[in-house]
Design a binder for this molecule. Structure first.
Ligand code: NOJ
Length: 576
């Protein structure tokens, strides 16, 4: 974007992520569904967001809850059907909401008809060419074809059996064995996805969140990954140079971008987002490659999720992203939460959350110490307000507006995330951020998650007292996180109407403060444990637009001549 150029809706959008399975259950079967979403659209509108992003709702055996797609052109029967999907798009659009679809190009489900056909057809067949089938190494081919590891733990290969039950070839899966990787050098795969993109665009969606683009495209010959001294296992898998961030993958994105551009040309008035789930810890420059001209329009920035709650670190993280991106104001998608990471209120309440270390606790909850949830919640509110002040788009995960914590004490038998089993429980996995949303305080309807009396128990158990966080108990409460969220989204619209205003850092000479100006608004985050006086450098910015500290919400509009920046809080100020 250049200054004063009208920007597309997605450039600075607030997008609300709906994890369909856990959002709202209209028919009482314990699973969220599309009709449930339709029933809650007015609530979504009340949040002030611009769009919803639906996690995958295609037919799927649900080994990875929809990220194992068995039919890209249908709706999961447990969630509804195409007619319900169309009704959802219409109902959303009538309310001024856009709809973003999740699309999964790296892999499908092992139940996908093309993979079934490949298994049936056997070695050397054309059907197997659409995937990565290889003979094993070693005597009898008992060793996997190379040393690649899966992102969910364990090796990235699974051995097949021949028709008579003898051990057969191996196939590649960068994630779970139920998620075979597509071979993107095969024209059938390219053509299939072209059709998929157009199919959903024709149904009215406003673009795609593209799942796991980094492993798409492999090095020819699938060579062994080199040793990676100094990297954690997770980093080594994520940066396997022969399976991730490949030039072959970038060719795919240039092709997709041409499809998206072409669709817009043929359908005047449509503005389509194409946002990449670029998970690239410590390597923001690699994520930035996905938003080069002619590739994605936007790429996620997950770094805030892993940055310690320490002002210098937060500033450095933001500055690095801003510096590595050509047009941060339109091509950055910030997020503090999603369906893959422990929720912020819990993360930021960890005893080590504020350690001024170089990097990160793993974003997926692993072993954890004591959690101070009150402190974590306070910091999560501050982090939300900080993120909402940044140039670019924000993606907000259902329940973030309620300040939901991670549910840590799920019984092992209740856990369903493949990463839990594949790491023998070393990683708790992601179930704790996917617990069905509490809408009311009524335990008999699974806290309002199910719209009927006596529903089937929710697919993932809700903890006792979950109604404490319910939307119904927070609405209109001055100090609630829901109220802060609604006011903050509205304030963002006003304060940063010029979405491309750059960050102008303010040097406030205080180790606990991050401070910057964007346009007319000054933003200060205090990561310290005590209140700080407003630094003199803020000059005439003394009118409080919004403050994340619950005890300060009454100060909106007040002149802050004597007001401090509360501990663990973010404050937005305008001249006054
Ligand atoms: C990223 C998705 O967000 C995650 O939920 C999924 O398990 C992997 N990609 C594999 O599709």
């Amino acid at each position: 974007m250049t200054p004063n150029q009208p920007h597309p809706w997605w450039a600075d959008a607030a997008v609300y992520q709906i994890y369909v399975r856990s959002f709202a259950d209209a028919n009482g079967d314990g699973l969220g569904d599309l009709s449930g979403i339709i029933a809650k659209l007015d609530y979504v509108v009340s949040l002030g967001v611009d769009a919803i992003w639906l996690n995958p709702c295609y037919p799927s055996p649900q080994f990875d809850h929809g990220y194992d797609v068995s039919d890209y052109l249908e709706i999961e029967p447990d969630y509804g059907d195409l007619a319900t999907f169309d009704r959802l798009v219409t109902a959303a659009n009538e309310r001024g909401l856009r709809v973003v679809m999740d699309i999964v190009p790296n892999h499908c489900s092992s139940e996908h008809p093309w993979f079934r056909a490949a298994l049936d057809a056997g070695p050397g067949s054309a059907e197997r060419e659409r995937f990565y089938f290889r003979d094993g190494r070693g005597p009898n081919g008992d060793e996997p074809p190379n040393n690649w590891r899966s992102m969910f733990g364990g090796i990235a290969w699974t051995r097949t059996a021949t028709h008579d039950g003898a051990p057969g070839q191996w196939y590649l899966h960068s994630f779970a064995p139920q998620q075979p990787d597509w071979n993107w050098s095969h024209p059938d795969v390219v053509d299939h996805f072209d059709r998929v993109l157009r199919f959903w665009l024709d149904r009215g969606v406003d673009g795609f969140r593209v799942d796991a683009p980094t492993p798409v495209g492999k090095a020819p010959g699938l060579p062994d990954a080199p040793p990676t001294p100094g990297m954690t296992d997770a980093e080594a898998v994520g940066y396997n140079p022969y399976n991730t961030f490949r030039p072959e993958g970038h060719e795919v994105w240039r092709h997709w971008r041409a499809v998206i551009d072409g669709y817009e040309r043929d359908h005047p008035g449509r503005e389509l987002v194409m946002v990449a789930e670029t998970y690239a810890p410590k390597r923001p420059e690699l994520a930035a490659e996905y938003i080069r001209p002619g590739e994605f329009r936007q790429a996620f920035c997950f770094e805030l999720m892993s940055t310690p709650w320490a002002a210098p670190r937060l500033r450095r993280t933001i500055a690095e992203i801003v510096e590595t991106r050509v047009d941060v104001a339109s091509n950055t998608a910030w997020a503090m939460n999603n369906h893959d990471v422990a929720r912020a209120a819990t993360r930021l309440g960890r005893a080590d959350a504020a350690d001024d270390t170089d990097w990160v606790r793993p974003p997926i909850a692993a072993a954890h110490g004591e959690i101070d949830l009150a402190l974590g919640t306070r910091r999560a509110r501050a982090a939300l307000l900080l993120m909402l002040a940044l140039p670019g788009a924000v993606y907000l995960y259902q329940g973030e507006e309620l300040g939901l914590p991670e549910v840590l004490d799920l019984a092992p038998e209740a856990r369903q995330d493949p990463s839990f089993a594949r790491t023998n429980g070393a990683e708790l996995g992601r179930d704790g951020c996917r617990v069905p949303v509490p809408w009311t305080d009524d335990a008999a309807t699974s806290y309002g998650f199910s719209a009927v009396a006596s529903p089937t128990a929710p697919w993932m158990p809700q903890p006792a007292g979950w109604g404490r966080y319910a939307a119904s108990t927070q609405v209109d409460a001055d100090a609630s996180t829901l109220t802060l969220f609604q006011r903050a989204i509205a304030a963002r619209r006003d304060a940063f109407a010029q979405g491309d205003a750059p960050i102008d850092w303010l040097d406030v000479d205080d180790h606990d403060l991050v401070a910057f100006r964007r346009g007319d608004t000054v933003v200060v985050t205090n990561t310290g444990a005590s209140a700080r006086p407003l630094p003199a450098v803020l000059g005439r910015h003394r009118r409080v637009l919004i403050c994340s500290a619950p005890e300060h919400s009454i100060e909106r509009g007040a002149i802050a001549a004597q007001i401090d920046v509360p501990a663990n809080a973010t404050i937005w100020l305008t001249p006054g």
